[in-house]
Design a protein around this ligand. Structure first.
Ligand code: HEC
Ligand code: HEC
Ligand code: HEC
Ligand code: HEC
Length: 180
């Protein structure tokens, strides 16, 4: 029993480290395939029109400056970890990102599907074994309950509005190409 549980612990630690090493590769990588129903579906085309794609740019505007002033921030919103933590994938910290990652892209695919360096070249096949490998390598399929969304859509947001998953998902809905 004890041997078994230490093996399980080791696997846990390995899994945790595996994920921690993944880097954010940037949304341009996803754009390469997720713009066509012949390939990975239209997710990119949906995403680029959602406010998520503008989340960093929002921090450069007057509304953001006012929010920051009311909170007594001394730095510009676009340079404040207090704002970047939700307005940029990965919180805007420069570490853990590939050269292709741009904070200007705001809340990208990887904010919800996980940092992609580990699964990028594994995830685009249909068979179950490949899908399982991609998940092990850090691919998150998202969660329709809205729990994952509430990591950012919560009362810590200075402009928080009540979050209703059904309505909010309808505004960003995307997926795989339709089955033939
Ligand atoms: C080389 C092309 C290619 C690139 C680059 C690519 N994808 Fe995909 N992706 C695909 C294809 C094809 C599928 C559909 C696989 C299938 O039919 O189940 C897919 C499926 C997915 C899925 C659903 C997986 C599942 O099992 O349902 C997610 C999520 C996803 N991609 C996210 C991303 C993200 C995030 C990026 C950028 C970091 C990205 N993809 C980059 C081709 C690509
Ligand atoms: C990494 C943080 C983060 C996560 C995770 C996240 N969001 Fe957002 N979301 C934001 C930010 C920041 C904005 C505001 C963007 C702006 O206007 O600049 C936003 C805005 C939106 C908007 C537009 C605002 C509105 O009221 O219409 C919708 C819709 C939305 N998110 C849906 C979702 C859904 C659904 C999920 C989960 C599947 C989700 N978000 C997960 C950060 C996040
Ligand atoms: C806990 C996550 C979180 C933090 C921290 C956060 N935001 Fe946001 N922000 C959001 C979300 C989610 C939205 C989308 C609408 C909503 O629910 O407020 C948003 C929307 C906004 C908007 C657009 C509001 C509108 O109605 O169009 C502005 C401006 C803004 N945030 C500025 C800031 C500034 C400035 C900071 C730092 C002081 C900050 N935010 C910190 C999550 C966050
Ligand atoms: C705000 C969070 C969020 C963002 C941003 C986001 N997704 Fe998703 N995505 C989800 C959720 C939630 C699902 C639904 C999973 C489910 O059906 O259970 C999903 C589903 C998908 C699916 C279909 C998975 C399946 O098996 O049906 C693909 C493919 C996908 N996303 C790719 C992308 C790509 C590519 C981007 C960026 C261009 C992106 N997503 C941006 C949250 C997000």
């Amino acid at each position: 029993m004890r041997v078994l549980s230490s093996i399980v612990m080791c696997l846990f630690i390995i899994a945790a480290f595996g994920q921690a090493e993944n880097k954010y590769v940037g949304v341009a990588k996803c754009k390469a395939c997720h713009t066509s129903d012949k390939m990975g579906g239209l997710a990119y085309k949906v995403w680029e029109k959602t406010p998520h794609a503008n989340a960093y740019k929002t921090l450069l505007g007057d509304a953001a400056k006012k929010v920051a002033k009311d909170k007594g921030l001394k730095t510009a919103p676009s340079e404040s970890p207090e704002c970047l933590k939700c307005h940029v994938t990965g919180g805007g910290a420069a570490k853990n990102v590939d050269a292709g990652f741009k904070k200007e892209d705001g809340v990208t695919c990887e904010a919800c599907h996980g940092a992609a360096s580990g699964y990028l070249n594994l995830h685009n096949k249909k068979d179950d074994a490949s899908k399982a490998k991609a998940k092990e390598a850090g691919l998150s399929l998202g969660d329709k309950t809205g729990k994952a969304c509430e990591a950012c859509h919560n009362a810590e947001s200075p402009t928080h509005k009540e979050f209703k998953m059904k309505d909010m998902w309808a505004k960003i809905e995307h997926g795989l190409p339709p089955k033939k």
